[in-house]
Ligand binder design. Structure first.
Ligand code: PLP
Length: 463
């Protein structure tokens, strides 16, 4: 039944583990079937008992098998829908990597970009230009805050397009919001312990600050963004907000609210983290200028990313620290090394300096406006008055509220899966409470026009 290859560099117990796992996943070894005893299996394979025991222990630790006292090991019942796909023979790359849910014909994930949008040829040229320039810098560690050229390009772009006022000196090139928040959490740890987050809101700030020992204070979101009265009622001294396109509801924080939030921060030595993640993508009117630009000298930490326009796979983002935190940052991180590859930073700097970035933004805005409009038309056609759309006109997703639907979110997601539709659970955005009506989050960035039309048609029959 199992064949072990003693000439292979893969240890025998690992080979056996993979073969049994494969049979469990493919259903050849059905749930509740009993595995041969360690002694019998060892003699059948002419292997040592340690080999068999090692394989069984791995399978047991990962939950593929369980033990019954004095009866031996049995195959666990796995939910085959969610179980990883079996792969043949030796361990392949995908045994270790969580692959995308590629089996879905209609993937409404909110963080996917247009499948053919990455400007590979331009990126290649910018990368090669970066490689040819000053190769002496490639044999040493770079500036932990990021390549100076890239920081200058980011500064110019932020000033022109986002109304952010800062010096390149204040910019830190990061590998994504997660790293920015890790730094902020570390910087503020001594004197702050409670962070206000939007509820519903992005899960990442909750996790990062929680992992650093902070208390998370969820603040409800209304049409004007985070509810400032409730914020003031709490004892948080840091507020994480997405004021130009609230995630997930898409609301824009009006300027009066922004000023009141700044006042809240200034009056008590508090901090605002402004996550300006996708504000390049507004489909009507001009992009909303940043909150940071209203008070450049205030305690506002501004975060932006290249993930929404260019590629989430590059892992390239930036953060602007207020001067009040810069000295502490330099003190705490003086022994650190840069975390983003210099070549990637140079490629990005070239991409920006040569005007490709701003052209690419305009191009992507046109593409996403088209898919956004197709989505809204499809919702109108197939749901009609059954659905209320929230947060349209910007970003890469809209929210659909279904006041008359009696099904739970889990039921809708499950029925959608069976019809090839992948939905991101809206409930993941809630730290406390739930929306009053069944609510769907529909990301459209990674979908083709025809997929949107068909996916919405199917979805409308399920809700
Ligand atoms: C609100 C918000 N901020 C930031 C990000 C991610 O940015 P990055 O890829 O730079 O970590 C996302 C990603 O989906 C997001 O939804």
């Amino acid at each position: 039944m199992f064949i072990l290859d003693s000439s292979s560099p893969v240890p025998l117990y690992t080979q056996l583990y993979h073969q049994i796992r494969e049979q469990i996943l493919s259903g050849k070894l059905p749930a509740e079937s009993r595995l041969p005893s360690v002694r019998n299996m060892a003699s059948e394979l002419s292997a040592s008992r340690n080999t068999v025991d090692g394989a069984y222990q791995e399978l047991y630790a990962e939950g593929y098998i369980y033990s019954r006292p004095r009866s031996g090991y049995f195959v666990s019942a796995l939910d085959q829908e969610v179980a990883p796909q079996a792969t043949s023979g030796k361990p392949g790359r995908n045994d270790y990597l969580p692959g995308p849910p590629s089996c879905f014909a209609y993937d409404f994930h909110p963080a996917r970009l247009h499948p053919e949008s990455f400007p590979a040829e331009l990126w290649r040229k910018c990368f090669i230009d970066g490689l040819r320039r000053n190769s002496q810098q490639l044999v040493q560690y770079g500036d932990p805050q990021g390549d100076w050229g890239l920081r200058c390009s980011i500064q110019g772009y932020l000033e022109r397009s986002r109304g952010v006022t800062c010096d390149p000196d204040q910019i830190i090139v990061c590998t994504g919001l997660q790293q920015s928040l890790e730094i902020v959490a570390q910087l503020l740890k001594g004197s702050h312990s409670v962070v206000a987050v939007e509820n519903p809101g992005y899960h990442l700030p909750r996790s990062v600050f929680q992992n650093h020992g902070y208390t998370i204070f969820p603040v409800p979101v209304g049409q004007g963004g985070m509810d400032l009265n409730q914020l003031k009622d709490g004892n948080s001294t840091i507020a994480y907000v997405t004021p130009s396109h609230q995630l997930p509801l898409g609301y824009v924080m009006p300027v009066a609210h922004r000023l009141a939030l700044i006042e809240w921060a200034e009056s008590g030595g508090r901090f605002i983290i402004e996550d300006d993640y996708d504000s390049e993508l507004r489909y009507h009117g001009k992009p909303i200028p940043s909150l940071q630009g209203l008070r450049p000298s205030g305690n506002i930490i501004y975060s932006g990313t290249f993930s929404k326009i260019l590629s989430p796979a590059l892992r390239l983002s930036y953060m602007v620290l207020p001067y009040s935190l810069l000295a502490t940052y330099r003190q705490l991180y003086r022994a650190y090394f840069p975390s983003v590859s210099l070549l990637e930073q140079r490629a990005m700097a070239n991409f920006m300096e040569q005007g490709h970035w701003e052209r690419h933004i305009r191009r992507m805005r046109m593409i996403y406006k088209k898919t956004h409009d197709i989505l809204l038309r499809a919702v109108d056609t197939h749901f009609g008055t059954r659905a209320v759309v929230v947060g349209q006109g910007a970003g890469l997703h809209v929210v659909l509220m279904l006041p008359d639907t009696r099904q739970s979110e889990a039921e809708i997601i499950d029925r959608a899966r069976q019809r090839g539709i992948w939905l991101y659970p809206f409930s993941d955005f809630h730290m406390t409470g739930q929306p009053e009506a069944a609510t769907l989050l529909l990301g459209f960035g990674g979908m083709k026009s025809c997929e949107i039309e068909q996916g919405i048609a199917i979805l409308s029959q399920l809700c």
